[in-house]
Design a protein around this ligand. Structure first.
Ligand SMILES: [Zn+2]
Length: 162
């Protein structure tokens, strides 16, 4: 089977509790959770199994929902905006006007306390002639065709094994 956290193939998974959910993980990942003993009896109802699957699916999609080539807002978007604006000799007011926003929005963007919407990101990029998006970097073990992604059958088997 594969580790439910990192997707690595693992012969003898450890059953650990991580933030309230029970996962079967490799020895590396087991350090992140509290080891629990498998109950050994199969007392899970179908509903419970489906609920767990749903939860795992959500957890997976939140970390793995993006595929190679997707773009995400750069971590240092606030610096990029401020530096590009200063380089162009613009005040926050100037920039606010050119992207049709309030000056307070620009101030928040530059402090990093506000993430620009997709639309505003595009406006800022073209107004400042910069890139605000970075390519999403996916760890090699998480690519979708190496067997790391669990099938529904795998999830049911694992849920029952818990
Ligand atoms: Zn792992």
């Amino acid at each position: 089977m594969n580790c439910e956290l990192c997707g690595k193939k693992v012969g003898k998974p450890s059953t650990v509790s991580i933030e309230g959910s029970t996962l079967q993980v490799c020895s590396d990942c087991s350090r992140h959770g509290k080891e629990v003993l498998a109950s050994g009896k199969n007392s899970l109802s179908q509903d419970e199994i489906l609920r767990r699957i749903q939860k795992k699916r959500e957890a997976y999609s939140s970390t793995r929902g993006m595929s190679r080539g997707d773009k995400v807002l750069a971590l240092d978007y606030s610096d990029r905006i401020r530096e590009a604006r200063l380089e162009m000799g613009q005040t926050q007011d100037d920039l606010a006007q050119s992207v049709n926003e309030k000056k307070s929005v620009i101030a928040k963007l530059e402090k990093g306390s506000l993430r620009p919407s997709d639309e505003l990101t595009k406006k800022l990029e073209s107004s400042l002639n910069i890139e605000l998006m970075d390519e999403y970097q996916e760890a090699p073990t998480h690519s979708s065709n190496d067997g790391a992604v669990l099938t529904l059958g795998d999830l049911i088997k694992q849920a029952k094994a818990n």
